[in-house]
Ligand binder design. Structure first.
Ligand code: HEC
Length: 123
């Protein structure tokens, strides 16, 4: 009985894990609503912030069409999963004196899903 129960539990955990993996980027797209208010997804899109088209692998603060803060231009960051994780969790700590009016995303799961989505949508 105990053994059967453990098998069932293990299967449930596995199935839940698979469903989870499938929905991550989709969930990330919803989390991105927080960013969409200021960031366009298409090249040249208008917004309070720079458009994020092709942002993965790009040096921070280098779009010709956007007037960045000196802090962002001089940050020397290249956008990747790691640098985004740091920037989104605490923008002011990662790039002090940058002008993005966003205080940070507290939930690690939200950030992980968002970054998955960003990597798919903005490479
Ligand atoms: C209220 C408006 C606003 C919100 C909300 C916002 N941003 Fe920004 N974002 C900006 C501005 C303005 C800048 C430019 C900052 C600067 O030049 O210092 C910026 C810069 C950036 C950059 C650097 C882009 C580049 O070309 O180097 C990234 C990446 C970024 N934001 C991602 C995000 C993500 C992801 C979210 C959602 C979690 C988000 N932002 C939410 C306004 C916003």
């Amino acid at each position: 009985m105990m053994k059967q129960l453990m098998t069932v539990t293990l299967m449930l955990v596995l199935v839940a894990g698979m469903a989870h993996a499938e929905t991550d980027a989709k969930r990330g797209e919803k989390v991105f609503e927080e960013c969409r208010a200021c960031h366009a997804t298409e090249r040249g899109g208008e917004g309070l912030g720079p458009d994020l088209h092709g942002m993965i692998g790009r040096r921070a603060g280098t779009l010709e069409s956007f007037r960045y803060s000196p802090a962002m231009k001089k940050s020397g960051i290249t956008w990747s999963a790691q640098t985004l994780e740091s920037f989104i969790s605490d923008p002011q700590k990662t790039v002090p004196a940058n002008r993005m009016p966003y205080s940070g995303m507290a939930e690690a799961k939200d950030r992980a899903d968002l970054i998955l989505y960003l990597q798919e949508a903005f490479k």
